[in-house]
Design a protein around this ligand. Structure first.
Ligand SMILES: Cc1ncc(Cc2c([C@H](C)O)sc(CCOP(=O)(O)OP(=O)(O)O)c2C)c(N)n1
Ligand SMILES: [Mg+2]
Length: 540
């Protein structure tokens, strides 16, 4: 078969459901085979940052591979930021970049889209991927692809595939099937025994679930384990939106001083905290009131399990949880644990809208019409989402780049068929909101909540005063129509409630609800977060 076909079959066999991309002359040959072969559907978008964010989100949402296909130089380097975000937020993103062919690379001319050297792009991607390959040899290509894709899956981090345009149609053998690296279940059982003994000795055991639980598709298994143990479960900020509709005794999301006192005390006062797949980042732990004493913590992450003074190497999270399920017995009574609380019952009146009112209106909408998966951008919209009842959430909670909100929402619908709710600030919408113009072509119809405070408000909260936080009023609602959707600007509770209901009643296109907010009007969660950051930075 053709090398490009072998690559696309390997991606599909390992769970990829679609490709997001923008072609270029170095990529046209493999894009043509992608379209002709129909192995995977192609969704083209308008700007490579959107391609990267969308492909990353598809992978996160399905706990499978997300695929971004671009051209050399101008395309691939335009996507560095989203790939970096996928790397640190542990997303299984596959970057395929077209590249110059062998002969043209040897002519001694500077090629268009080339930087310093032909391999400059490869070197740049070495820094933000866990594996990099160049498909320049028909004999070695199938095995190279298999090994790189297996690394992507096992590490849940991006990989880089450089595809010279003169290689796409060479005849090759099929790519070998997924071959997990050998895991030692005995080591996992020994580790599980010690973890459960650790929890058993603790007065206040607690489990924190992190992003790896979602990335490796372990939500059901973790729910089974924690339901048996009956001890409190929290999610990290990054992992908000997992364990939805499961029997896990979930008491909320840990946000340190920015979250509820109940959750904060349960985590920070625990003498037996088990962190499963949690990224030790400032956004997950930056506003802890009390440093978490890592001597009483067991931390399973990146295929290692760390105790205070020793570790178990190469114990994948899946094996640890399986081994714990084999020997788990009740340690507490889940029925006595407090469930998270959320705001409901927004009054339909002429009051101005505050961010928390948006969460309240969304919760009311979910009660009436059913929950929707959410894609949120960085900004107060993400902190507002913490007041929305637990539902699948794709958000840049660690690397914190602006821009993923709209592309990620489109990807949720492309990969799952579910109508998403997109939450995005006006600043972030200015960056990638225009990708909504691709909805009509693909029949996507997200409901978009655009928080328009005419401001980079998060920055103003950290640094009051300068005028450069002021954004102009772009009148976004009026732009929705020409882009193929419907837009409405809302200023009161009643207008917001009506706009949400109208969007629910009309699935013919995307609905852009431009929510006008006063500058300085921020969510309670963001307010607590910023105050905590200020207080902790002064205290040190
Ligand atoms: C690509 C990119 N550029 C810059 C930033 C810095 C930054 C923030 C983070 C802290 O680094 S929050 C923020 C303002 C966001 O404005 P908007 O989308 O309107 O949301 P809101 O008004 O709710 O703040 C910026 C510019 C970023 N995170 N990502
Ligand atoms: Mg704003």
């Amino acid at each position: 078969m053709l090398l490009a076909e072998a690559l696309f079959h390997a991606l599909k066999d390992r769970g990829a459901r679609e490709v997001f991309g923008i072609p270029g002359d170095f990529a046209l040959p493999y894009f043509k085979i992608l379209e002709d072969s129909q192995i995977l559907p192609l969704h083209t978008l308008s700007h490579e940052p959107g391609v990267g964010f969308a492909a990353d989100a598809a992978g996160r949402f399905n706990s499978r591979l997300g695929i971004a296909a671009v051209t050399y130089g101008a395309g691939a380097l335009n996507m560095v930021n989203p790939v970096a975000q996928a790397y640190v937020e542990k997303s299984p993103l596959v970057v395929i970049s077209g590249a110059p062919g062998k002969l043209e690379s040897m002519r001694g001319l500077g090629l268009h889209h080339q930087v310093k050297r032909i391999d400059s792009q490869y070197k740049i991607f070495e820094e933000i991927t866990c594996a990099q390959i160049i498909l320049d040899d028909a004999k070695t290509a199938p095995k190279l692809i298999a090994d790189a894709l297996d690394r992507c899956i096992e590490q849940s981090r991006p990989i880089y595939i450089e595809f010279p345009r003169d290689m796409v149609a060479v005849e090759v053998d099929p790519v070998p099937a997924f071959h997990p690296s050998c895991e030692d279940m005995e080591a996992a059982r020994a580790c599980a025994k010690e973890v459960l003994a650790h929890l058993n000795c603790a007065e206040k055991p607690c489990i924190m679930a992190g992003v790896e639980v979602r990335r490796f598709g372990l939500e059901e298994k973790l729910a089974e384990l924690t339901h048996t143990l009956g001890i409190p479960v929290v999610t990290s900020f990054m992992a908000r939106g997992i364990l939805v509709d499961t029997e896990a005794p979930l008491i909320g999301t840990y946000l340190g001083l920015a979250g509820t006192e109940e959750v904060r005390k349960t985590v920070e006062r625990s003498d037996g905290l088990l962190m499963l797949g949690v990224i030790l980042s400032d956004t997950n732990f930056g506003v802890s009131k009390r440093e978490i004493d890592m001597r009483s913590v067991v931390h399973a992450f990146d295929r290692d399990v760390h105790f205070a003074h020793h570790s178990y190497p190469n114990v994948p999270l899946e094996f640890l949880i399986e081994a714990m399920i084999e020997i788990a017995s009740p340690l507490g009574d889940a029925k006595k644990l407090p469930a998270p609380t959320y705001p409901y019952g927004l009054k339909s009146d002429d009051s101005a809208i505050a961010p928390t009112d948006v969460a309240c209106a969304v919760n009311d909408m979910f009660v009436k019409h059913g929950r929707m998966p959410i894609a949120s951008d960085m900004g107060d919209c993400l902190f507002t989402a913490m007041d929305i009842e637990n539902t699948a959430l794709i958000a840049p909670g660690y690397y914190a780049s602006m821009g993923p909100g709209v592309p990620a929402g489109l990807a949720i619908q492309a990969t799952s068929g579910q109508r998403p709710l997109i939450m995005v600030g006006d600043g972030a919408f200015q960056m990638t909101g225009w990708e909504l113009g691709n909805c009509r072509k693909y029949g996507w119809n997200p409901i978009v909540l655009l928080f328009n405070n005419k401001s980079w408000e998060m920055l103003r909260t950290f640094q009051p005063g300068p005028n450069y936080h002021d954004l102009d009023d772009w009148g976004f609602a009026a732009i929705a129509g020409p882009l193929g959707g419907k837009g409405v600007r809302v200023k009161t509770h009643a207008e917001l409630i009506d706009a949400l209901e109208a969007a629910q009643q009309d699935s013919s296109c995307f609905h852009l609800i431009e929510i006008m907010l006063e500058r300085g009007e921020i969510s309670q969660t963001l307010n607590r977060f910023v105050n905590a950051v200020k207080r902790l930075s002064v205290a040190k």
